[in-house]
Design a protein around this ligand. Structure first.
Ligand code: GRF
Length: 210
């Protein structure tokens, strides 16, 4: 049967800084199994819990830095190219991506942010800082955003968002927990769309096809 959106297996590098629950959600996703391979996992940290997840799944993992055995930020673009990476997924990665990588992987780097951008984004808006700011604002909804990455924090074009009612919650921790559940659904969904060529630009606007 002819299918205009025939998918091929793409190689996804996942960047992490900590726990790795979004990495785990991607690895658990049944629908992604035929569409992607995660390879490699990269962190700005020497060690993090996400490395354990990579190791359990026999995925190579690397740290960024200048010390011996690390991948330097200046060689990162070449490193990713040499490994034929198709898509970079920032899943709880806290550093800015170097410019050569942004240029080389234009429209092939996505980030998951635990709020509804463009609100509650930007430098310093990560982890619990986001959820505390959401709580302090008295917002009744929060959610997750997946967006393309450019050279500043959280400003790239938005691909998809999912919202969640938080009007009954009164702690940043409770908001974080509810939003994280949404993240674990949204990120695999967007990666599936990317791998199936269903994320397109139309008049400078990102559209996701059904
Ligand atoms: C997630 O909330 C992600 O949106 C944010 O950092 C957190 C990372 O969680 N940028 P994990 O490492 O995927 O568990």
């Amino acid at each position: 049967m002819h299918n205009d959106f025939r998918a091929i297996v793409i190689k996804v590098a996942v960047f992490v800084s900590g726990r790795g629950s979004n990495l785990q959600a991607v690895l658990n996703s049944q629908k992604l199994k035929k569409l992607i391979v995660v390879d490699p996992v990269i962190s700005d940290k020497k060690d993090c819990k996400a490395f354990q997840i990579a190791s359990e799944n026999s995925i190579e993992f690397f740290s960024l830095g200048d010390a011996e055995g690390f991948i330097s930020y200046s060689s990162l673009a070449d490193f990713l190219k040499s490994r034929d990476v198709d898509l970079i997924v920032l899943a709880g990665f806290l550093k800015l991506i170097p410019n050569p990588v942004i240029r080389e992987f234009k429209n092939r780097i996505i980030n998951i942010h635990p709020a509804l951008l463009p609100a509650f984004g930007g430098k310093g808006m990560y982890g619990m800082n986001v959820h505390k700011a959401v709580l302090n604002s008295s917002a009744k909804v929060s959610g997750a955003t997946v967006h393309f990455v450019d050279d500043t924090y959280d400003t790239g074009k938005i691909i998809a968002q999912r919202k969640v009612d938080i009007s009954d919650l009164d702690s940043a921790e409770a908001i974080a927990e509810r939003v994280l559940k949404i993240e674990h659904e949204l990120l695999p969904d967007v990666i599936e769309k990317f791998a199936s060529n269903k994320i397109i630009f139309n008049n400078n606007k990102v559209e996701v096809l059904n």
